[in-house]
Design a protein around this ligand. Structure first.
Ligand code: OGA
Ligand code: NI
Length: 261
């Protein structure tokens, strides 16, 4: 965990000329840095962050698109990808047990997309004017976050924003909206945001597991007692509603997928 965090801190310190080859706002590009400065003229709201993201599975397919700097990037992040995937599988197995689903229910298409997304926020001269990340819930299946020593993540509880402390060598696990759908509305998906820091740069590693684009997502049959709460849909349709129509508002997005009864 320390090695990976150090790699990302070093990565963001690399010269702009090196990082520039990863700058892109193309949603189809798998390995990229996107910065709010890239879409400054068209964004309705500007967030104080740069994000570096790439896919992690299957490794051999994606490694060639990863950075080759810092020199041990590929080695360290490969191991991190393998270990986080194993941990996801353990957590998902426990979730299956808790919900009463057969072991391995989430394996395969429901968890095919595995990506890393690292938020980097430089010190912000006036944190009251902007956020590091919007108020949102995670649209995917499940997320793990490794927060660096500079805090910033906040979670909404009973109408109040609560800061999530940095505890060394821990990962924060966030159930995503697909878990809510598949569990037929039994899972809570927390609303969260990131605030900026006036003096210190902040780096957080996010690891996201989500469905393959083709697969039809729906409440698990074993969890439907009377009616399914949500209708079936493919993930791209969900993302379109979540980002485009609902502007990251989970409840609004989910309303598009509630079964009509
Ligand atoms: C996210 C997220 C929090 C953070 O990437 O979805 O909520 O602390 N990140 O960077
Ligand atoms: Ni999030």
């Amino acid at each position: 965990m320390d090695d990976t965090m150090n790699i990302y801190k070093e990565f963001f310190k690399l010269p702009g000329e090196y990082k520039a080859k990863f700058y892109s706002n193309d949603i189809n590009k798998s390995c990229k840095i996107y910065s709010s400065s890239l879409s400054y003229d068209t964004d309705e709201v500007h967030y104080w962050r740069d994000t570096f993201t790439h896919r992690c599975h299957p490794l051999e397919e994606h490694i060639p698109s990863w950075p080759d700097k810092p020199t041990n990037y590929r080695e360290v992040v490969s191991e991190y990808s393998i270990e986080t995937r194993k941990l996801f599988n353990k957590i998902l197995d426990m979730i299956c047990k808790g919900l009463g689903l057969e072991k391995g229910y989430f394996e395969g298409e429901l968890s095919k997309t595995h990506l890393i997304s690292v938020n980097h926020h430089i010190p912000c001269p006036n944190p009251s004017l902007t956020l590091g990340m919007p108020v949102h819930s995670d649209p995917n299946l499940i997320t793990m976050l490794q927060q660096g020593e500079v805090p910033g993540l906040q979670i909404l509880k009973d109408g109040q924003w609560i800061g999530v402390k940095h505890i060394p060598h821990t990962l924060i696990v966030i159930p995503g909206l697909q878990l809510k759908v598949i569990s037929n509305d039994r899972f809570m998906t927390p609303v969260h945001r990131v605030v900026t820091h006036p003096k210190e740069a902040r780096t957080t590693i996010g690891v996201f597991l989500g469905p393959s684009p083709e697969f039809l997502i729906k409440p698990a049959t074993a969890l439907i007692h009377t009616e399914p709460v949500f209708r079936a849909f493919a993930y791209p349709e969900f993302l379109e509603a979540f980002v485009g129509l609902a502007k990251f508002d989970a409840q609004l997005a989910l309303n598009h997928f509630r079964s009509k009864s």
